[in-house]
Design a protein around this ligand. Structure first.
Ligand SMILES: Cc1cc2nc3c(=O)[nH]c(=O)nc-3n(C[C@H](O)[C@H](O)[C@H](O)COP(=O)(O)OP(=O)(O)OC[C@H]3O[C@@H](n4cnc5c(N)ncnc54)[C@H](O)[C@@H]3O)c2cc1C
Length: 288
């Protein structure tokens, strides 16, 4: 494959190159998905725009209890960041669940989100934490998209072809909230998830669930918030029996595919099991 390689040093320059080369252009971040897609012949760009020298896309900042994570931050940087670990441990856990050290040293937050494989690890955690994607447009503006609305279909996001994901912001975790990220991968330790669940739950002083954000990966065309289960559990006092009951509601919200990670039926059963485990952990109800 031959293409012209560009390496802009500002965001403005990167956007201008995207506008100039239109459908012929592809952004390149860590290159982990780019290389695979190119080898499969699914990507044949005439122009590749490398993002590694664009300073606006770099870095992690703690901001009033929340976080800013630049799109060109690697998975390993998120995983090891003291700022992330101090208030958003669950996010570091989700990034550390991706593939292998070699991939995590190379792959970036922006590349992960833009690639949009529904079985990726960071998206459910970012959704459950209420994160927002910040996107630079050709009009010199930045638009914001809730992580809940960012994923549109298999390998498809809300990003337009001439836009660049600049970073994600993550609000502070609510005080007393408990969070977990669980990844079920029955084949090998470096595989994509068969089913994954992120849960952030806050109980009031009487043990009643006051807030619940639950997101799943691997069982639909996009990662998604389990709204029906959230509504069913908020206002309740969790017991192993209640958790078992509400976890079964997920079956009507998912639409998994048969693939090498399991049949659709198996994934439906595993979604119930892993949602139930996640809820048990964050509510301190032991294993059902
Ligand atoms: C062997 C292997 C195993 C993997 N296992 C897992 C796993 O277990 N869990 C998991 O979550 N993921 C897994 N992945 C996916 C991996 O997380 C993604 O490949 C990676 O996150 C992509 O990041 P990148 O920086 O390498 O992106 P690139 O490959 O450089 O780019 C990917 C896509 O994103 C676009 N893009 C990049 N940056 C931006 C931006 N700032 N704005 C707009 N578009 C942009 C590119 O144009 C391209 O279309 C695996 C990948 C491999 C190769």
């Amino acid at each position: 494959m031959t293409y012209e390689y560009h390496e802009p040093t500002t965001l403005e320059e990167a956007l201008a190159l995207l506008a100039e080369h239109g459908d012929e252009a592809t952004l390149l971040a860590g290159g982990t998905s780019f290389v695979l897609l190119s080898k499969l012949g699914l990507l044949r760009p005439g122009h590749v725009i490398g993002l590694r020298r664009v300073p606006e896309l770099r870095g992690i900042r703690a901001e009033s209890g929340g976080l800013w994570i630049g799109a060109h931050t690697t998975h390993a940087e998120v995983e090891r960041s003291a700022d992330v670990r101090s208030g958003h441990d669950v996010l570091a856990d989700a990034f550390s669940a991706v593939a292998t050290v070699r991939i995590r040293n190379q792959a970036t937050v922006g590349g992960n989100l833009a690639h949009a494989d529904p079985a990726q690890d960071p998206p459910p955690a970012l959704m459950a934490l209420g994160a927002t994607a910040h996107i630079s447009t050709q009009h010199g503006e930045e638009r914001e998209v809730s992580m809940d609305d960012f994923f549109v279909d298999y390998f498809t996001t809300d990003l337009a072809a001439d836009e660049i994901l600049v970073g994600v912001s993550v609000p502070p975790m609510t005080e007393d909230a408990v969070a977990t990220y669980m990844k079920f991968l029955p084949r090998t330790a470096d595989d994509y998830a068969t089913v994954s669940v992120a849960a952030v739950v806050r109980q009031d002083a009487d043990g009643v669930i006051a807030e619940a954000a639950l997101a799943l990966g691997g069982v639909a065309s996009t990662p998604f918030r389990a709204a029906t289960v959230e509504r069913a559990i908020i206002g309740s006092t969790p017991t192993p029996q209640l958790i078992e009951e509400v976890s079964h509601l997920i079956v009507d919200e998912i639409n998994p595919l048969d693939d090498v990670r399991g049949s659709a039926g198996y994934k439906r059963s595993m979604a119930v099991v892993w949602l139930s485990r996640a809820l048990s952990e964050v509510t301190g109800n032991g294993s059902p």
